[in-house]
Design a protein around this ligand. Structure first.
Ligand SMILES: [Zn+2]
Ligand SMILES: [Zn+2]
Length: 143
């Protein structure tokens, strides 16, 4: 699997990939319209981000308004979702913050926090199977 540096992603790239991974996890096929709705932006904005991620080799177009993640994109998206769930859980468990607030703040920084910081959070939470929303956390390389 190619090594992906999340720090190279812009905030909107990261937000896009995170939401895309959630859609895929929920069994939905990712399209521009669904993503725009989930992110609360207009479809042209999604297309723009899509084009950029295509340039970074993370997304491949499969038809009009349809696309899929490349292996590289999938790795980044999975890592983002892992980081999000670990960070929000840490905020709730260690700091006593409420779930909604923790989730919102974790969404802003999941791509910026270094690998070793996240791995330390995983360790101190004892590699939880579920996040504070009850969603699955898959620990790839943090044990
Ligand atoms: Zn969340
Ligand atoms: Zn982990």
């Amino acid at each position: 699997m190619p090594k992906v540096s999340l720090q190279d992603l812009s905030s909107s790239d990261a937000r896009f990939l995170l939401e895309l991974q959630r859609l895929i996890e929920e069994g939905e096929s990712p399209g521009t319209v669904q993503l725009a709705r989930r992110l609360g932006v207009r479809p042209p904005t999604v297309s723009e981000v899509l084009k950029r991620l295509e340039g970074k080799g993370m997304v491949r177009r499969t038809g009009w308004g349809r696309f899929e993640l490349t292996a590289r994109g999938r790795r980044a998206a999975e890592t983002l979702l892992h980081n999000h769930r670990v960070i929000e859980s840490y905020f709730v468990i260690a700091f006593g913050l409420d779930v909604e607030y923790a989730c919102r703040e974790a969404s802003k920084i999941g791509h910026l926090v270094g690998e070793r910081v996240v791995a330390s959070m995983c360790r101190s939470l004892n590699w939880p199977d579920r996040c504070v929303h009850g969603k699955e956390v898959i620990h790839w390389s943090c044990r």
